[in-house]
Write a new protein. Structure first.
Ligand code: CP
Length: 351
């Protein structure tokens, strides 16, 4: 061979191996589609935790771990979504989910548009599907949707040509919340499998509870639900959870205590005698928390109703509560979801 017999005439001169300045300049201008990363998530949309495998969930959590580190740097900016357009379409109020999806998209280099539904043509009677088809004509790559009706996000995903992420649909699913909860647990406890997690409160109206039950079950955790009978859906035991109506018994030996608020906006009629009585029986205070393991973590997806489902002192206890960490993990998880879905987007022009 040329290199072995000392004849290196076939080897390229060193200079020609250098990347020309112009090529470097062009590389900097390459869109995410041109420098596409290998796929890690075999789904076009993220509509729920249902249908995801443990491997799918682990791939998203592993990628999110890298974004936690990126988000702790002074320069948080990446470019995997450069050239991509992301629309946040929120038909319901949100603080955490909408702002973290916006930050996530911007930190990955996407053009992010927040659709203000209050000032959109929805107010003039435009249907949900017409709104989606109209936005689709603007060639977005990713649409993030929150809607009050269960199933609305899946319906919209069938009407558009881009990837869709469910940011919460009615009492159905909130997959990125469950993923960020899982990331928080995995980083704190080093694992999810084998942990005992108690989800406490208004399970009936909670999409967070449903997504968490599915995810934690898929990852091998033992899940308990603790609530008055009025706030539990019929057939909850079919989800493979243990049901408790007593906080002290339900929290016995738990690793994770996940509190949920009373979703008053989804209630018609009275589900609890009074908020004061509800706190007495189901609100998390130090006395009830004392029944969980000494190192049990307290979680809450927010927004919190202090003094209703959780005592303020417990919520703010930095030795027990990871509520603020959940918010931090939310940005990283949403970056991972956007990145993973964008890797599956087509490279060619779509007309
Ligand atoms: N946890 C959650 O979905 O919060 P937001 O309603 O503020 O988005």
């Amino acid at each position: 061979m040329a290199a072995e017999n000392g004849d290196n005439s076939l080897a390229a001169p060193l200079d020609t191996c250098r990347i020309p300045e112009s090529a470097l300049y062009n590389a900097a201008l390459m869109t995410s589609a041109e420098k596409q990363l290998p796929p890690i998530f075999p789904h076009r949309h993220l509509l729920g935790i249902e249908g995801l495998s443990a491997a799918d969930i682990t791939a998203l959590l592993d990628l999110a771990d890298t974004y936690v580190e990126q988000n702790r740097q002074v320069d948080k900016k990446g470019s995997v979504l450069r050239g991509r357009t992301q629309i946040n379409l929120f038909f319901e109020a949100s603080t955490r989910t909408q702002s973290s999806f916006e930050l996530a998209g911007k930190r990955l280099g996407a053009d992010v548009m927040n659709m203000s539904v209050g000032s959109s043509s929805v107010k003039k009677g435009e249907t949900l599907i017409d709104t989606a088809v109209t936005l689709n004509a603007m060639h977005p790559d990713l649409i993030i949707i929150r809607h009050a009706s269960s199933g609305a996000v899946e319906l919209l995903s069938q009407k558009v040509s881009c990837s869709v992420v469910n940011a919460g649909d009615g009492a159905h699913e909130h997959p990125t919340q469950a993923l960020l909860d899982a990331l928080t647990i995995r980083r704190r406890k080093g694992r999810i499998e084998g942990l005992t997690v108690a989800i406490c409160g208004d399970i009936l109206h909670s999409r967070v509870a449903r997504s968490n039950i599915l995810l934690l079950g898929a990852m091998g955790a033992r899940v308990r639900v603790i609530a008055p009978p009025t706030l539990l859906p019929r057939g909850i035991d079919r989800f493979g959870v243990e049901v408790f109506h007593d906080m002290r018994k339900g929290l016995e030996g738990c690793d994770i205590v996940m509190m949920l608020r009373l979703q008053l906006e989804r209630m018609s009629g009275s589900y609890v005698p009074s908020q004061r009585e509800y706190f007495h029986y189901f609100g998390l205070d130090y006395e009830k928390l004392g029944h969980a393991k000494p190192d049990a973590l307290v979680m809450h997806p927010g927004p919190m109703n202090r003094g209703v489902e959780i005592d303020s002192a417990v919520a703010d206890d930095i030795n027990r509560s990871v509520i603020r960490e959940q918010v931090e993990m939310g940005v990283a998880v949403r970056m991972a979801v956007l990145d993973a879905l964008a890797r599956n987007l087509p490279n060619e022009l779509r007309i």
